[in-house]
Design a protein around this ligand. Structure first.
Ligand SMILES: [Fe+2]
Length: 419
C-alpha cells in the first residue's frame, strides 16, 4: 500500500443500506487500514460501529475514486443542491433544504393516484411533488371556488401527488362519494376498491398517530385491521393490489399500513387462524411504531444520520408505544403487544430493546421484524433512494443470523408471487 493515495470522505456521504462498490479504509497510527471490502452493503450496524469508534472520516483509495463518485451521484440528487463532488456536504444539513423538507412532511398528505378518476369533479386542490418543490396541479384554487374535474392525464405524470392536511376531510368525502357512485353505476374494479381501502386505512392510521391517547382511535384501528384481514382472505388478487402503491415516500402511517398488510399475508402463509391470530397480529403490526408519535418529529423524521443521542431517543419508541397501549382505555389483546415490543429484536440477539435471541422472540415479533425492515428498505428516504424488492431481500440475506430463515423463505415466496 506504500505509495497509494487516499482521499478523505465523510461518513455522512455513505448511505445506510446501499451497496458500496468501493473499499473503505480507516486511518489508525498514520496507516490506512482496510475496513470494508468493495461490493458490500453498508448497514446501520456498520455505521454505528464507526460512530462508536469516533470515526467520522473514512478513506477511499485513488483507484476507487471513480466508483465512489458514481455512487455519490447515484445516491445524492444533484437537483437538491448545487454541491460539487469536491465538498461532499450533505444537502439536508443545509437549513433551508431541511425547512423545505419539513414543510412538506408536516403539512401535506401523500394521496394515491389510482383513486383519482379522470372527469370526476373535486373540491380541493391537488399538488404535484417534484423533489422538494410542491406546485398546484388541479382542483379549485380557493375554498368556495367551483369544483374542477380530474384531468385526463393524471396517470401519465410520474410525480407523486399530495393534498394539504387541511383538505383531508374533503378528500375523505370524495372517497366516500366515489364508492357510492361506482357501486351504483359501473361497478368497482378490484384495483380501485383496494386503492380506496388503502387510502381510508392510511387516513385512520394518521388519526391514530396524530392522537394516540384517544381510545376511540384504537377502536378505529381494530376496524381497519378487520377490513384488511377480510379483504386479504377474500381474494389473493386483493392482497397484491393492496400492496400496489404509487408514492414511495416515507410516512409512518404508510409504513404502518404496509407492515400490517405484509404481516397478515405472511401470517396466512403460516396458516394462522383468522380469529384471533390474524387479527391480533394485524393489530399489533398496524400499531408497531405508535410510540414514534410521542417523539419529536424533527428527530423521528430527521432527513439525515442521527447522532448517538438521537439514536437512543428513537429506540425509545418501542417502550413508549408499549406504555401507550397499556394505558389505553381500550383493551388490546395480549398477543398484539409482541409486534410492538419485538419488531426491532434480531434472532442473533443484536436487536433492541431486550436483545432477545431466537425462539425467545414471539412468532409475531419475528414476522414484523422481517416485514418492518423490508418495507423500510423499499421506501425512499431523503438520504437514500428506495431499494428494489430484489435488492432489499438480497441485503437481508447478508444477515442470515438476524432474521428467522424459515419465515424469510416464505416471505420471499410471497413477494415472488406478487411480481
Ligand atoms: Fe420501529
Amino acid at each position: 500500500m506504500g505509495n497509494k493515495k487516499f482521499f478523505p470522505v465523510s461518513t455522512e456521504n455513505l448511505q445506510v443500506d446501499t451497496i458500496l462498490s468501493f473499499r473503505i479504509y480507516i486511518q489508525t497510527n498514520n496507516k490506512f487500514v482496510l475496513f470494508r471490502k468493495g461490493n458490500h452493503p453498508f448497514s446501520e450496524e456498520t455505521l454505528y460501529r464507526l460512530i462508536a469508534n469516533r470515526v467520522t472520516t473514512v478513506y477511499i483509495s485513488e483507484e476507487d475514486m471513480a466508483a465512489f463518485e458514481k455512487y455519490y451521484h447515484e445516491h445524492n440528487d444533484p437537483n437538491k443542491s448545487n454541491i460539487s463532488t469536491k465538498t461532499f456536504t450533505p444537502p439536508y444539513d443545509q437549513p433551508d433544504i431541511r425547512e423545505k423538507y419539513f414543510n412538506i412532511y408536516l403539512n401535506y398528505f401523500p394521496a394515491e393516484k389510482n383513486v383519482f378518476i379522470p372527469g370526476i369533479p373535486i373540491d380541493f386542490t391537488v399538488y404535484q411533488k417534484n423533489g422538494l418543490e410542491v406546485e398546484e396541479y388541479f382542483g379549485p384554487k380557493r375554498q368556495g371556488d367551483k369544483p374542477e374535474p380530474i384531468p385526463d392525464d393524471i396517470h401519465a405524470s410520474q410525480n407523486p401527488i399530495v393534498i394539504k392536511n387541511s383538505d383531508i376531510s374533503l378528500y375523505r368525502k370524495y372517497l366516500k362519494k366515489l364508492v357510492q357512485e361506482c357501486s351504483s353505476s359501473r361497478g368497482i374494479s378490484t384495483e380501485l376498491h383496494c386503492g380506496i381501502v388503502r387510502e381510508n386505512s392510511k387516513l385512520v392510521i394518521k388519526e391514530v398517530l396524530d392522537d394516540p391517547k384517544n381510545g376511540n382511535n384504537i377502536q378505529k384501528s381494530s376496524s381497519v385491521v378487520e377490513t384488511l384481514v377480510d379483504n386479504i382472505l377474500g381474494q389473493e388478487k386483493t392482497f397484491y393490489n393492496l400492496m400496489k402503491i404509487t408514492s414511495y415516500d416515507y410516512y409512518t402511517y404508510n409504513h404502518s399500513l404496509n407492515v400490517c398488510t405484509l404481516s397478515i399475508g405472511l401470517g396466512i402463509l403460516k396458516n394462522l387462524k383468522r380469529n384471533p391470530d390474524l387479527f391480533e397480529l394485524g393489530l399489533g403490526a398496524l400499531l408497531h411504531d405508535v410510540g414514534k408519535s410521542l417523539i419529536d418529529p424533527q428527530i423521528i423524521n430527521k432527513p439525515g444520520k442521527l447522532t448517538d443521542e438521537e439514536y437512543i431517543i428513537v429506540q425509545g419508541h418501542v417502550a413508549a408505544g408499549t406504555k401507550l397501549l397499556e394505558d389505553s382505555s381500550e383493551t388490546i389483546p395480549k398477543n398484539s403487544f409482541f409486534p410492538v415490543l419485538q419488531h426491532h429484536e434480531k434472532i442473533s440477539g443484536f436487536g433492541y430493546p431486550y436483545k432477545l435471541k431466537e425462539k425467545r422472540i414471539h412468532l409475531f415479533g419475528r414476522i414484523t421484524a422481517i416485514v418492518d425492515f423490508y418495507d423500510a428498505m423499499v421506501t425512499d428516504r431523503p438520504y437514500r433512494k428506495a431499494l428494489e424488492p430484489f435488492d432489499a431481500l438480497k441485503l437481508m440475506s447478508e444477515y442470515p443470523d438476524d432474521y428467522d430463515q424459515v419465515l424469510m423463505k416464505d416471505f420471499v415466496i410471497m413477494l415472488g408471487e406478487q411480481s
